[in-house]
Design a protein around this ligand. Structure first.
Ligand code: TYD
Length: 212
């Protein structure tokens, strides 16, 4: 059976972690394929170091292009070590963040050139894209409020509201450009309802996939 890559995107505090766990459990019980959950940055041993470098607040001087490179390096390692082998074995890979995060954060958020970010995405993936992306759409103010309540914030969570609003705009634009594969899920509702909405979207996708 063919493996599938399902990616999760959203601003800080959009509830990805909770929803990935809930959907992984649901897929394990409804699909015959094995389910693997992973994330970027930090889905490999090397990636965990890169994640620390990227998110720890005390590292103050990461140039925007350096940041882009580090995310791309994390992605290359992740694809080679985790994602590609899992897909080759016919597994369903649930990946918390992928190339759209680089577009939303490094291009829209930081202001790097779109074509530069796309080039790095292309180098990292060599064209391997998600079968489906689930975008948990949430007002950034609500997301940041949730993060604040959780306690300690990382380098991105401490960024200005305007930065996160630009990131949100990035996701909005991708969703408009790719309505078939970049699925918008309204995340400002009770967790169980968000899970239900994702289950509906995935069921439709799996049905269409089985028919082709
Ligand atoms: P994540 O682990 O999803 O943090 P959280 O669970 O708090 O949402 O992502 C870590 C941060 O890395 C997040 O702020 C977004 C950022 N990021 C980028 O800027 N570019 C990228 O390509 C990726 C994958 C993540």
């Amino acid at each position: 059976m063919k493996g599938r890559l399902i990616v999760w995107e959203g601003v800080e505090g959009s509830g990805k972690t909770t929803q990935v766990a809930a959907i992984a459990e649901w897929l394990q019980s409804t699909q015959s394929q094995e389910v693997v959950t992973t994330r970027e940055p930090g889905g490999t041993a090397l990636g965990k170091h890169l994640r620390n470098l990227l998110l720890k607040e005390e590292i103050h001087t990461i140039h925007d292009k350096t940041e882009l490179c580090l995310y791309a390096a994390d992605r290359i390692q992740h694809l080679e070590e985790v994602i590609k082998p899992a897909l080759a074995q016919g597994k369903i890979v649930l990946c918390d963040r992928f190339t759209a995060s680089s577009i939303a954060y490094q291009c829209y958020g930081r202001g790097l050139d779109y074509s530069l970010v796309e080039q790095f995405n292309q180098i990292a993936t060599n064209g391997l894209g998600p079968d489906l992306t689930i975008w948990l759409k949430l007002d950034v103010r609500i997301g940041l409020q949730r993060v604040k309540l959780r306690g300690e914030s990382d380098r991105f969570e401490k960024a200005a509201l305007e930065f996160h609003q630009r990131v949100h705009q990035g996701y909005q634009d991708i969703a408009l450009r790719q309505p078939q594969t970049f699925i918008t899920i309204e995340a400002n509702q009770p967790q169980a309802l968000v899970t239900q909405a994702i289950q509906q979207a995935l069921s439709k996708h799996f049905q269409e996939f089985d028919e082709t």
